[in-house]
Ligand binder design. Structure first.
Ligand code: GNR
Ligand code: NI
Length: 169
């Protein structure tokens, strides 16, 4: 396992649309292991493969709170089968937009289909933080960042701030 570098805005790679995975094999599991280690080290609660420069439709997530046992989750080729009409705002952040936080409005509940670490098809319902996080991560698979849901002014300010942060590092 290895920690990989997380790309930040304005990297054009983050705008790429990721490709559907053809087979869940040991190579893909090695990528997922690296992504999980990278996410834990950051630390973050979710990570899409494009954030480490790999344009595959792969997401890792762990929503366990501090002190709780780890609950790693893996989503390959996720699809939203249904989303609730009802939406809610949530203050989001992103490892690719460090130190920026703002509210994004998304469907409160979704029904999701994906493949797991073993390549088995899973259909499940998501709500709460799980619903927020899976929608945030699935946006990454289509080259969309949470700041793309904000006003152009807020988005441009966010990118400026991150550029400054990266320069200072
Ligand atoms: O670590 C993360 N926290 C978070 C908080 C609120 C909404 C979404 C997220 S995902 C983010 C990690 C990340 O950038 N995933 O792509
Ligand atoms: Ni993100």
């Amino acid at each position: 396992m290895a920690i990989r570098e997380i790309l930040v805005v304005p990297s054009p790679v983050l705008k790429q649309v990721s490709e559907t995975v053809r087979v869940v094999d040991d190579d893909l599991r090695a990528l997922m292991d690296d992504m999980l280690e990278t996410m834990y080290a950051a630390p973050g609660i979710g990570l899409a493969a494009i954030q480490v420069g790999v344009a595959k439709r792969v997401i890792v997530m762990d929503l366990a709170r501090d002190g709780e046992e780890a609950q790693p989750r893996f989503f390959v080729n996720p699809e939203i089968l249904w989303a609730s009409e009802e939406t809610a705002p949530y203050e989001e952040g992103c490892l690719s937009v460090p130190e920026i936080y703002d509210e994004v409005e998304r469907p409160l509940q979704v029904k999701l289909k994906s493949l797991n670490y073993q390549g088995e098809e899973i259909v499940e319902d998501a709500e709460g933080l799980f619903a927020v996080c899976i929608q945030h991560e699935m946006d990454h698979l289509d080259g969309v960042l949470f700041i793309d849901h904000l006003s152009r002014l807020k988005r441009e300010q966010a990118i400026k701030k991150v550029k400054k942060l990266v320069k200072a590092a």
